[in-house]
Design a protein around this ligand. Structure first.
Ligand code: EPU
Length: 444
């Protein structure tokens, strides 16, 4: 067994760049591209290892940078995460001996906050720094701190760290109403509730499919959780879970599916996106169909059909408002805005989840897009425009991919810096895009 590689983030991968030769609006990509396992599903499932007496195997795990950060956190807590083969990992918490979340990993991974609930529930105490991650907004953690208090824990802040202690070393079940629907807060408190004393009721929870997937897995290992996928979740607390040889298969990444769909709509003639779940991305397929893109949806694939002959300027504009699932995902807002720069007419964008997630539009404007920002949350895109290749710095995972799409649709060459961000969420993306005909190279 190989111990998972923990890259020293800033020193190695961050300097990679992508060099892209743009298609100048031609739609020549074609073939088949497979979707990998979902980042936002495997991260909470890995953290759930803390709730287990034994270990479990996870398959279809995407080989992404964020795994390295998870491994650093595991290491600091005495947990094991071992690679058995590509995409196959063994997760085991038998050696757990800590309650502090690694500061360096946490600085680069907002999802590190998912560890807080299971760790506090198992160890009775918890120390963690304010989590960092993608620069997409303020990203407070008030819901987490309020929830811990409701479950009978005391919270102290000393030297920029949170010190949390459960009364008598054990969390107690509580009723928690979330004032904002939060994906990771929902996941954290589900996991906290699994080991808490008594019943935990979570209200106004997030409905994302990754939450349902986590709950299905935990229930299959002995947890008692009802209501995932609805606004109220009830957890009956009990002892440590047992996997008893159970294997967790990571669900397909709906955000990668959506990213490929948007890329395909702009740059491909016939493209099949396979190993995905089209039901998880219905909002996007419905919108693209409204806009004029010809799609065929199967059980686990989406095909873009005979798209090459239609100039993008003939597609219709769209109005989007980002929302919690099943609404339009904030994570696909930047890729869709690139699409909207190519279609005819005015599109209106309302980003309701994160206040920093439209900042990248100034880079698209420098490429030739016509985008008017009304405030931090609202913008109008007027298309179609010809984008001209240039050098771009991706500020987060999804904007990084949006810039790859912009580079491919543009005229001439583009250079995308900060490929580290793209690597955090998309496995070997340049190799996979080359297989469908994209001219994209990694330079380090
Ligand atoms: N919020 C608070 N207080 C909190 C927690 C959240 O005000 O204590 C606010 C946030 O500032 C935001 C809103 O609640 O305005 C929703 O944020 P949420 O907590 O749902 O985001 P998250 O759980 O940190 C997850 C995904 C993100 C995705 C968002 C929104 C994971 C690991 N991350 O983040 O994914 O953008 O939900 O859907 O599941 C990505 O994959 O690139 C990514 C950033």
């Amino acid at each position: 067994m190989i111990k998972i590689q923990k890259n020293s983030i800033m020193h190695t991968v961050k300097k990679d760049k992508f060099v892209i030769q743009g298609l100048g609006g031609k739609k020549t990509l074609s073939g088949k591209i497979a979707v990998k396992g979902a980042k936002n599903a495997i991260l909470p499932v890995m953290a759930s290892g803390i709730l287990f007496k034994d270990g479990f195997t996870a398959t279809n795990v995407p080989e992404i940078e964020d795994l390295g950060r998870m491994a650093e956190i595991f290491d600091g807590l005495g947990l094991q995460i071992n690679k058995q083969a590509r995409g196959k990992y063994l997760i085991n918490s038998e050696g757990i001996n800590g309650a502090e979340i690694d500061e360096n990993a946490s600085k680069h991974l907002r999802a590190s906050v998912i560890f807080t609930g299971p760790l506090l529930a198992r160890q009775g105490e918890l120390i963690f720094p304010h989590p960092g991650g993608c620069v997409i907004g303020a990203r407070p953690i008030d819901l987490f701190l309020e929830g811990f208090k409701k479950m009978g824990a005391a919270v102290e802040i000393k030297k920029n760290k949170y010190f949390v202690k459960a009364k008598n070393g054990k969390l107690r079940g509580a009723e928690i109403f979330f004032k904002i629907q939060s994906v990771t807060a929902t996941e954290t408190f589900i996991m906290a509730g699994v080991l808490a004393k008594g019943k935990t009721i979570l209200k106004n929870v997030a409905l994302e499919p990754e939450i349902v997937d986590l709950v299905n897995f935990l229930n299959s290992c002995g947890a008692q959780i009802k209501g995932a996928g609805t606004p109220t979740i009830e957890i009956s607390g009990g002892g440590l879970l047992k996997a008893k040889g159970q294997i967790y298969k990571t669900m397909p990444d709906r955000l990668e599916t959506g990213s490929f769909l948007i890329l395909g709509a702009l740059c491909a003639d016939n493209l099949e996106i396979c190993d995905c779940n089209p039901q998880h991305i219905e909002i996007l397929t419905e919108m693209l169909k409204d806009s004029g893109v010809n799609l065929e949806l199967g059980k686990d694939y989406i095909k873009i059909i005979n798209n090459g002959g239609k100039p993008n300027g003939h597609f219709k504009s769209l109005n989007i408002k980002t929302r919690e699932y099943p609404g339009f995902p904030t994570d696909l807002q930047a890729p869709l805005v690139v699409y909207l720069t190519q279609v005819g007419g005015d599109s209106f964008i309302f980003e309701t989840i994160f206040e920093g997630r439209l900042n990248y539009t100034e880079d698209l404007v420098k490429m030739g897009a016509v985008i008017k920002m009304w405030d931090a949350h609202r913008a109008t895109v007027n298309g179609p425009t010809v984008l001209k290749g240039r050098e771009l710095d991706g500020p987060d995972i999804r904007t990084g991919f949006a810039f790859v799409i912009a580079g491919l649709v543009a005229k001439n060459e583009s250079i995308i810096n900060n490929v580290y961000y793209i690597d955090r969420g998309y496995e070997s993306i340049e190799k996979r895009l080359r297989q469908i005909g994209a001219d994209i190279k990694r330079i380090n």
